[in-house]
Design a protein around this ligand. Structure first.
Ligand code: AMP
Length: 273
């Protein structure tokens, strides 16, 4: 596996790859089996798999969340090597946002709701970094996890609207044995919180089943939110939306999605079904 850091070193390697199909897996590091499922998919769809590890300052609205984002480069390199990645690039902030950088992608539609309304500027930051990575790397494929359902829809819309020459590949959520969605932030849960955390998945599952059976949405959601609050979760939202537009729905359909964000202690958990 090739490990590069500077933009110059990356471009040198990229130049050697003409004629091969490339799949990009953009990450922020602290890798786990969720990321590795993306790698596996990337290797299936393309000849060459590139992973980027970049904690994108633009997508954090809370400075302390950015500063405490876990950095475990050596572990990441070992995992990627073991999983057959061809190249990993750790860009410098200056490579992605050179001095004088002044252009940001404005995203509307699915980006305005939920995470977009709670974390101001978050999806603009995500779209801008993804656009930059696509421009620099020019992959034919890019893999994203359904763990971040809304992010998948925002990027899908951007690729469609800006006619970006890349095929998006979405990968289902990878979960712990008890159902908790794997996340780099789970390590910040205390032992006791970690045990309680799977209740979020349990409520998603129960609610999903009830909605599939045709129970009334508002009441079913209210029951779930109350149960979560009773368990000590601080629920930002737990709701049923159209899977593409992210608009709330009043009737459960085959393309509906349950999405949630809830805080347990200091850790904000994101999940969907
Ligand atoms: P992150 O490093 O958190 O920015 O995530 C990088 C990519 O991995 C994103 O496309 C995420 O949606 C995806 N990802 C993170 N956790 C999971 C998971 N548990 N299952 C599937 N994909 C995931």
């Amino acid at each position: 596996m090739i490990v590069v850091r500077s933009l110059e070193a990356f471009l040198q390697e990229r130049n050697k790859l003409e004629g091969q199909s490339l799949a990009l897996v953009p990450t922020m590091g602290a890798l786990h089996e969720g990321h590795l499922a993306l790698v596996k998919k990337a290797k299936e769809v393309a000849d060459y798999c590139i992973v980027t590890v970049f904690v994108n300052p633009l997508q954090f609205d809370q400075q302390d969340d950015f500063l405490r984002y876990p950095k475990v480069e050596e572990d990441d390199i070992r995992l990627l090597e073991q999983n057959g990645v061809d190249l990993v690039w750790f860009p410098e902030v200056e490579d992605i946002y050179p001095t004088g950088f002044a252009t940001h992608i404005v995203v509307d539609g699915p980006a305005l709701l939920w995470e977009g309304s709670i974390r101001k500027g978050h999806f603009s930051g995500v779209a801008t970094v993804v656009y930059r990575l696509f421009s620099l790397i020019k992959p034919q494929f890019a893999c994203f996890g359904e763990k971040d359902w809304q992010q998948v829809q925002v990027i899908r819309q951007m690729v469609q609207d800006l006619l970006l020459p890349v095929s998006l590949v979405n990968v289902p959520i990878v979960r712990e044995k008890d159902g908790l969605a794997k996340s780099s932030r789970n390590r910040f849960l205390s032992l006791e919180e970690r045990e309680r955390a799977s209740f979020l998945y349990e409520m998603l599952q129960k609610t999903y089943e009830r909605l599939q059976k045709g129970e009334i949405i508002t009441q079913t959601l209210q029951t779930a939110i109350q149960a979560l609050e009773d368990k000590g979760f601080n629920v930002d939202y737990f709701t049923a939306v159209d899977g593409f537009t992210l608009q709330e729905v009043s009737e459960w359909k085959s393309n509906s999605r349950l999405i949630t964000a809830a805080k347990l202690g200091s850790v904000r958990l994101l999940d969907n079904m």
